[in-house]
Design a protein around this ligand. Structure first.
Ligand SMILES: Cc1cc2nc3c(=O)[nH]c(=O)nc-3n(C[C@H](O)[C@H](O)[C@H](O)COP(=O)(O)O)c2cc1C
Length: 265
C-alpha cells in the first residue's frame, strides 16, 4: 500500500521538468562554418556514453547554432567562469544570424587541437566534439558529440572533478533558470561503506540485533511477571505504580491485575 502524497507537495506544469534538471555548468557552444564562427550559451547537455565518450547537447531547431552544427559536424563546449556571468546572459539574447558575437563582446579565442571551432579564453574547461549522431526531438535537435579532446584550467578542475576550493573567479557558472546562476560552494562528503559493511550486511545485522533485544526483553518480562504472580498468590503487597511503569515499557498486553492485587504501598 502506498502512502498518500506528503503535505509539502504541489503540482507544476510538465514544461518545468527541464527546470528541475537545471544546475549543471552552463556552456558556451562554439561552432564554425564557412569561415564564420558563432557562440551560444547552452544549459541542456548530458553525457550519453563513456566508451566511447559521447556527450549530447539539445539545441532548439530555430537557433543559428543548430544550422551551423548540422553543416559543420562539430562543436566545442567552453565552460565560462564567474567573470563571464553577464556575457553569458547577453549572448543568449543575440543570434549569430545577424551579428558577430565574438566581435560584439570582444571575446578572445585560441586554437582547438582536433576541430576548427574556436575556444574561448578565460574558461574553466573546454571539450572538443565531432558529431556522430543527430536526433530531431520535438522542437530541439540532440547532437551526439564524440569527445575528441578535453582541456582544463587546473585552478578550476583538479583530481577528476570541479575544484570546490577554487577562488570564486575560477569556478564555473551553474545555470538555475531565468537569469539566475550559482557557483558550487562547499563539498559534502558521503560516508563510503567499507566492504564488510555493505548495506545488505549492515541491515541484516541490525535486524538480528533488534530481534535479539526483543527476545531478551520478552524473557525478562516473563520472569518479572512470574515473580509477580507468585507474590499475588501469596497475598503479598504489590507496588502497582512500579508495576505499571514496568509494563508501560513492554510491548505485550498489560498483566491482568483484576484478581488478588493489593493496591498501594
Ligand atoms: C543560460 C542560458 C542557457 C541556454 N540554454 C539553451 C539550450 O540548452 N538550448 C538552446 O537551444 N538554447 C539555449 N539558450 C538560448 C540560446 O543561447 C539563445 O537563443 C541564443 O541566442 C542562440 O544563438 P544563435 O541563434 O546564435 O545560435 C540558453 C540561453 C541562456 C542564457
Amino acid at each position: 500500500m502506498l502512502n498518500p502524497p506528503p503535505e509539502e507537495y504541489e503540482d507544476r506544469p510538465t514544461s518545468e521538468a527541464s527546470r528541475l534538471l537545471m544546475g549543471g555548468p552552463v556552456v558556451l557552444v562554439t561552432t564554425t562554418w564557412r569561415g564564420k564562427a558563432n557562440v551560444m550559451p547552452l544549459a541542456w547537455h548530458t553525457p550519453l556514453s563513456s566508451k566511447p565518450p559521447v556527450i549530447g547537447i539539445a539545441v532548439e531547431q530555430s537557433r543559428h547554432t543548430a544550422d551551423m552544427i548540422r553543416h559543420a559536424g562539430e562543436f566545442a563546449l567552453n565552460f565560462p567562469k564567474r567573470p563571464y556571468l553577464h556575457h553569458v546572459q547577453y549572448l543568449g539574447a543575440l543570434s549569430g544570424e545577424r551579428i558577430d558575437k565574438f566581435d560584439a563582446l570582444q571575446l578572445a579565442t585560441f586554437a582547438p587541437t582536433t576541430i576548427t571551432s574556436p575556444l574561448i579564453e578565460g574558461c574553466a574547461a573546454w571539450i572538443e566534439c565531432q558529431v556522430v549522431d543527430t536526433f530531431d526531438i520535438g522542437d530541439h535537435v540532440l547532437f551526439g558529440g564524440l569527445v575528441t579532446a578535453i582541456h582544463v584550467d587546473p585552478r578550476s578542475y583538479a583530481d577528476g572533478r570541479w575544484h570546490l576550493g577554487a577562488d570564486e573567479e575560477d569556478r564555473p557558472l551553474h545555470f538555475v533558470g531565468g537569469n539566475v546562476y550559482a557557483a558550487l560552494d562547499r563539498a559534502l562528503e558521503a560516508r563510503v561503506p567499507r566492504d564488510f559493511e555493505a548495506p545488505e550486511r549492515v541491515l541484516r545485522e541490525r535486524i538480528e540485533e533488534e530481534l535479539e533485544l526483543s527476545r531478551e526483553a520478552r524473557e525478562r518480562r516473563e520472569e518479572q511477571l512470574g515473580l509477580l504472580q507468585r507474590e499475588v498468590e501469596r497475598g503479598n503487597i504489590v507496588d502497582v505504580d512500579a508495576l505499571a511503569a514496568e509494563i508501560a515499557t513492554g510491548d505485550d498486553p498489560p498483566l491482568d491485575l483484576s484478581k488478588g492485587v493489593i493496591l498501594g504501598g
